[in-house]
Design a binder for this molecule. Structure first.
Ligand SMILES: [Zn+2]
Ligand SMILES: [Zn+2]
Length: 340
């Protein structure tokens, strides 16, 4: 069933103003100004009407779209890691891999609707389209931009402003967009377990083990919950964060690839990363670890993502996970929308 976006957008401005005012109070100091002064109503209405014409038709008011389900190696079938959390017309993008803009365009999701940019970690495949996405969200009229992630987000934003200073000034002149709307935005660096609010959604972060500092996120709205694991290995923190969650979007780690006919099937060894053979550390979970985390957390839907190019043996992968996890297993595809 399609969710009536038109109805939803009518209440949006009042609702977001209320949320903006109340949300501001719960954000910690140092996070910067998250709320901007309201834009002139006519401009905002015009944009809303334009958005309604081509808007992505959501299955529900709260959902996650697996925009990109790929991995670092390029694949035309799977774009780089990206999940888009949607709540009543507000969009929070988690990671921005290669191909994110193309996929959003394909789904008729305007970049100007992107409100918060969240990073799980600063591996290139999770962050490489951040700069064009942020600049285009600004150019397309987003006046409430926020950037959230591990320490480094402030530096990334400062680099963007400094390196593209002339480009930003040029585009501001051409479009009339105020430079302040991309310069003076809410930036929040997270170190471990923190809770804050984004336009009516409660967000919680927690550190998970990976080869660089990495965060997992939980989004709660109206009694429903969506968790995005980030890249990780086995993590008790993740189990705590995902406790009772409706949806867990999870690093697929050692999923099983389809073999050519006659060849034996076996689980891929968990991927590793790091410099040199001896220095390598595990970067991703085994199927047993995925199943144990999902099972201990008691999640309802486990959505697997982060697949390398090639064919997945879904049957064998599911069978291995089912030995421990009894909930629903979903193999993520690009632009698949999952509702709690
Ligand atoms: Zn990574
Ligand atoms: Zn990754």
């Amino acid at each position: 069933m399609r969710y009536p976006t038109r109805k939803l957008f009518h209440g949006l401005h009042l609702a977001s103003a209320v949320v903006c005012l109340s949300g501001f109070l719960v954000l910690s100091p140092g996070g910067g100004a998250w709320c901007q002064s309201p834009e002139p109503r006519n401009d905002s209405l015009k944009r809303t009407e334009a958005a309604i014409r081509d808007e992505f038709q959501h299955k529900g008011p709260f959902s996650v779209i697996t925009v990109g389900t790929g991995a670092p190696r390029y694949s035309p079938e799977r774009s780089g890691p990206c999940a888009l959390v949607h709540y009543k017309g507000h969009y929070f993008i988690v990671d921005m891999g290669n191909g994110t803009q193309a996929r959003l365009h394909q789904a008729n999701i305007r970049l100007g609707n992107l409100e918060a940019f969240l990073f799980t970690h600063f591996h290139l495949d999770h962050s490489e389209e951040f700069i064009p996405l942020l600049i285009n969200a600004w150019l397309q009229g987003q006046d409430n931009l926020k950037i959230i992630g591990p320490p480094g987000v402030k530096e990334y934003h400062a680099f963007l402003l400094s390196f593209y200073k002339d480009d930003i000034a040029y585009r501001a002149r051409r479009t009339g967009r105020p430079v302040g709307k991309i310069r003076d935005i809410g930036i929040r660096e997270l170190t471990g377990e923190e809770t804050f609010e984004l336009s009516g959604v409660s967000v919680r972060s927690i550190e998970v083990p990976h080869t660089v500092y990495t965060l997992a996120y939980r989004f709660d709205a109206e009694g429903e919950s969506i968790v995005i694991s980030g890249d990780l290995t086995y993590s008790e923190n993740l189990i705590r964060l995902a406790k009772g969650a409706d949806v867990l979007v999870m690093d697929s780690g050692g999923y099983i690839r389809a073999k050519k006919q006659g060849a034996p099937r076996r689980e891929r060894p968990p991927r590793r990363s790091g410099g040199g053979n001896k220095a390598q550390v595990r970067a991703h979970p085994s199927l047993k670890e995925i199943a144990t985390m999902a099972s201990k957390a008691g999640v309802k839907k486990l959505v697997l993502t982060h697949f390398a190019p090639g064919v997945i043996d879904k049957e064998a992968t599911s069978r291995a996970i089912r030995q421990t996890f009894k909930g629903e297993i979903v193999f993520g595809e690009d632009l698949m929308e999952v509702v709690p």
